[in-house]
Design a protein around this ligand. Structure first.
Ligand code: ATP
Length: 386
């Protein structure tokens, strides 16, 4: 039987926060935190604004002491390690701005090698190779001769990640590393992290507001909640068990399981559920429009509404009650009109059961609805006929 790998990083009964200073009282932001990061794991720290993600990461990285409990790096108490011993095992990029404006990217990334060099020692071929690999991994090779101060926020963010990679750490802690990256760079970055955990065996812990990224990519999610707790688990566990929904729940927000995202209703009024009767990409984008309107697409919903969509430019759509499709109907052309209709409907819901709501305005021109619930369409076997 193979032994469990030794945790790369552990929090044991950690309270993270700020000590009392002058007249300001001390505050524990997160309490009694127990966490384990194993070699090769990609871990996403999630939580609403101000809940304490950066505070926890700084505590785990040794940049501020825990108010209580212990942080263990490779099984050794972080408090007992010298900064140099720590820097050989753990690299961190925080969100604080770094003032190295005139240094070239090359020189900044080479700083990552300092913990591995002897005092006054110059970098050898091994150091140069590590810097080259880090520049390539972070996708900033072409920037290597530019001054850091002349880069965009997204470019600078990737350079700071390259500096951390050059340290060749066993644990990499990144505070919101994708905050300034565009959609394509985020995808590349996520793939790079996954590659890195596999190729180096490093444990990577990062905070992010990108729920989709965390659910798709992370081996573990650490979910910091407004009650000062941190819950750890597989992404599916936390989503399925409702922990993610609870952590992000707001008056007008809900976690949409199918889309794995939080949906927010415009105008402060959440919509209901809609079953989208369409296939393939048409269905996918119709569901996207439904979510954008603050409603929740339900794959097999027999409650709420049924939305039929027919391909075209613009598409045509019809909306009816799942229980009684003939009882109310509205329709229109184009996704924009659909979103506007759903938002208006959420803002002014039907006054009561059994009362027929005001009909939506008829769609223009050729899309005016003829009689019948869903004209020109074959009957749907799942549709209620009552
Ligand atoms: N230096 C400090 N001294 C005292 N309190 C602080 C300090 N830095 C942050 N805080 C407080 O600690 C709490 C957690 O802040 P933190 O930055 O860790 O949250 P976060 O989850 O990272 O937020 P965000 O998602 O907005 O980045 C906040 O209430 C914040 O005001």
């Amino acid at each position: 039987m193979s032994a469990e790998p030794r945790p790369a990083l552990q929090a044991v009964a950690v309270s993270a926060g700020y000590r009392r200073r002058r007249r300001r009282p001390g505050t524990a932001v997160l309490r009694d935190v127990h966490l384990t990061a194993s070699p090769g794991e990609l871990i996403a720290l999630l939580g609403p604004n101000g809940v304490g993600k950066s505070t926890l990461l700084r505590t785990l990285a040794g940049a501020q002491p825990p108010l209580a409990g212990r942080v263990l790096l490779d099984g050794r108490d972080m408090a007992a390690l010298s900064p140099r011993q720590r820097a050989r095992r753990l690299a961190v990029t925080l969100t604080e701005p770094v003032d190295v404006g005139l240094m070239s990217v090359d020189a900044v990334v080479a700083l990552g090698r300092l913990p591995h060099r002897s005092w006054l020692g110059r970098g050898g071929p091994g150091d140069r190779a590590a810097v080259g690999r880090a520049l390539a991994e972070a996708g900033v090779e072409e920037l290597r001769h530019r001054p850091l101060g002349a880069l965009s926020d997204g470019e600078r963010q990737r350079v700071m990640v390259a500096r951390a990679l050059a340290q060749e750490p066993a644990v990499l802690v990144l505070d919101e590393p994708t905050a300034f990256l565009d959609a394509a760079r985020r995808i590349e970055f996520a793939a790079m992290l996954t590659r890195l955990t596999a190729s180096t065996g490093a444990a990577i812990v990062l905070s992010t507001h990108d729920l989709g990224f965390a659910l798709r990519r992370a081996d573990q999610v650490w979910l910091a909640g407004p009650d000062g707790t941190v819950t750890a688990g597989a992404p599916e566990e936390l989503a399925y068990g409702g922990a993610i929904a609870r952590a992000f729940a707001g008056d007008n927000m809900a976690f949409d399981d199918a889309a794995a995202t939080i949906v927010v209703a415009d105008g402060g009024v959440p919509g209901g559920s809609v079953r989208v009767a369409a296939e393939g990409r048409l269905r996918q984008w119709a569901e996207h429009a439904v979510r954008r309107a603050g409603w929740v697409p339900e794959p097999d919903g027999s409650r709420g509404l049924v939305l039929r969509v027919e391909a075209g430019a613009p598409c045509r759509w019809w909306l009816g009650s799942a229980r009684a499709p003939a009882a109310e109907r509205a329709g229109g052309a184009g996704f924009g009109a659909l979103v506007a209709h759903l938002r208006a409907r959420a803002a002014a819901p039907p006054p009561g059961a059994g009362r027929r709501p005001a009909a939506a305005p008829p769609p223009p021109g050729p899309h005016r609805l003829p009689d019948g619930p869903f004209p020109g369409r074959p009957p749907d076997p799942q549709e209620s006929t009552t």
